[in-house]
Design a protein around this ligand. Sequence first.
Ligand SMILES: Nc1nc2c(c(=O)[nH]1)N[C@H]1C(S)=C(S)[C@@H](COP(=O)(O)OP(=O)(O)OC[C@H]3O[C@@H](n4cnc5c(N)ncnc54)[C@H](O)[C@@H]3O)O[C@H]1N2
Ligand code: MOO
Length: 641
Amino acid sequence: MQEREIYLDNPPLGEALGKYFKELEEAGALKPTGAEVVDVREALGRITSEPVFARISSPHYNAAAMDGIAVSAKDTFGASEKNPVRLKEGVNFWPVDTGDPLPPGCDAVIMIEEVHPLEGGEVEIVSPCAPWDNVRSIGEDVAATELIVPENHRLRPQDLSAVIAAGHETVKVRKKPKVAVIPTGSELVDPGTPLKPGDIIESNSAMLAGLVEEWGGKAIVMEKVKDDFKLIMQRVQKAVELADVVLINAGSSAGTEDYTSNCIKALGKLSVHGVAIRPGKPVVLGLIEGKPVIGIPGYPVSAYLAMELFVKPVLYKMQGLPVPGREKIKARLSRRVVSSIGTLEFLRVKVGRLGGEYVASPLSRGAGVIMSVVRADGMVRIPETKEGIEAGEYVEVELLKSQEEIENSVLIIGSHDVSIDILANEIKRFYPEITLSSAHVGSMGGIMALMRGEAHLAGIHLLDPDTGEYNVSYIKKYLPNRRIFLVNLAYRQQGLMVKKGNPKGVKGIEDLMREDITFINRQKGAGTRILLDLKLKELGIDPVQIKGYGKEEYTHLAVAATVAGGGADVGLGIMAAAKAFDLDFIPVAPERYDIAIPEEFYHTDLMQKILEIMRSDEFKKKIESLGGYDTSMTGELIGGD
Ligand SMILES: Nc1nc2c(c(=O)[nH]1)N[C@H]1C(S)=C(S)[C@@H](COP(=O)(O)OP(=O)(O)OC[C@H]3O[C@@H](n4cnc5c(N)ncnc54)[C@H](O)[C@@H]3O)O[C@H]1N2
Ligand code: MOO
């Protein structure tokens, strides 16, 4: 076996940061970048490298602040209703518009509304004015030499206006730190390339570059490199010439082809390899020619975190700025999470406002699940000293969204249905401020989520084998003391999904017993599972007779993917999932998919807007077009209690 790079004794985050930043400071690698002169109109978001003082005053002359007549105030003294004062144009008044310079000898402006015209170029006024009434005097806004913005200030639109008004055309700003991004990995292919098994679309560099730009840097994404030590060395050397900071993506871990740390060792100094965090553990921190060179782990979530924890502070420091923190809130954790002692874990969570408090629900913890970051409203740090967090414990959430966005988020938990995704999109189309976010844990999971106060809504399709009725008896049983409204989302066809052309000639549920057929099941508590078990009972089939009955997937799409990938011959699910994977579909039974809505949420403005969208023809049409749906009851109330 080839020799591997093994990294033990990962230091905690604080220690790793402390060591690395000390070494960076000592090497002068964090000195603010040099300055460049840019047109003020192009300087939005840039950081000033020196203070900007006013060259001229604004206004730089005494200006009329109103439309009217310019006068010398003393000519108006004594004016009243009884004793109006007459003024003559060109002698003791001059017409002016807002912004005009005051004619010589004038020190006030009378608004046109207060001027009564007479014959022969004369006007009459009935009240006096004081000197400087309705005049913007020199320097009222900006006085020459005044400080407009200090050094290390991010220029906002209003700053640009003030800097220009103060007589500047250009402004000195910090050069954006240049950050080279090098994607590595022989498995990487460019977006758009037809995919073979083992190919990975090179998607990380877009995120890395985006984060760099968000933090004020200039990203230079370099051509991807194969896992070849020599090639990587060459690319890194080139990047060090081009940029102020170099990011090497992937190849950070202990695999035989993980070259990042060896490359940094060979070309410069390795400071830290491996930090006691998850995700992001194998991060590599080093310096080459006095420049920060960071090995960002390949998994996208690990990459995101390594960027946030190590690259963000480097970039802010290089721009002379404090590292911005995130807004924090206290939330109740909805589910128990177990974690390892000795590792600081960053848990992605969805946050909802439920029953007057924030509730945080953990998302997928996989380092490869970038959707967990896409969906996340915040992050919870599980400290190294804890083995996990209990359900109901209060945690601090670092928000990735504003609190207002969270207040406008509706969480629907339960069985997955494509129409929920369509509903979420329709809501965004008509009410961009509202977000419907879903978590797919099966119908019973949805009911549990309502019980635990973890969701606003539950998406359910639970058949009662005794009554043949959907959902109602389950709500009564599991949520006996709550008033719950059921609104129909759609009726949908459940059926057997098989490979295109139905190569094994499957006709119905009874075929699942066949020797030559492997099944893929849904998890216990899923509505589809209950339907299957009922059908098996009706047909007198013992589940042990079915090969694959014990193998479970969590969504219709996952079942369809298993069948499409050859992992099973048959799965039970909805037609839309079969269509998505180009499978054949053998209808078994129509079923009712409803949304369970607790009374207190039913009457909110948010929910009424969602119901309005559900009842729209456009929404119904979109669902119908998926195939296998009946929307004749969509948006209708099924029953209370
Ligand atoms: N034996 C061990 N294996 C691994 C360990 C370990 O401690 N011992 N650590 C795991 C952890 S934790 C992480 S995180 C990853 C880090 O992996 P690398 O940084 O070495 O990266 P790769 O293995 O090359 O890639 C991981 C994964 O990410 C995909 N990838 C890489 N670059 C891109 C890109 N530009 N765009 C999209 N996806 C990318 C790559 O194809 C892999 O699937 O290592 C574990 N292994
Ligand atoms: O630490 Mo790795 O970054 O979990 O996947």
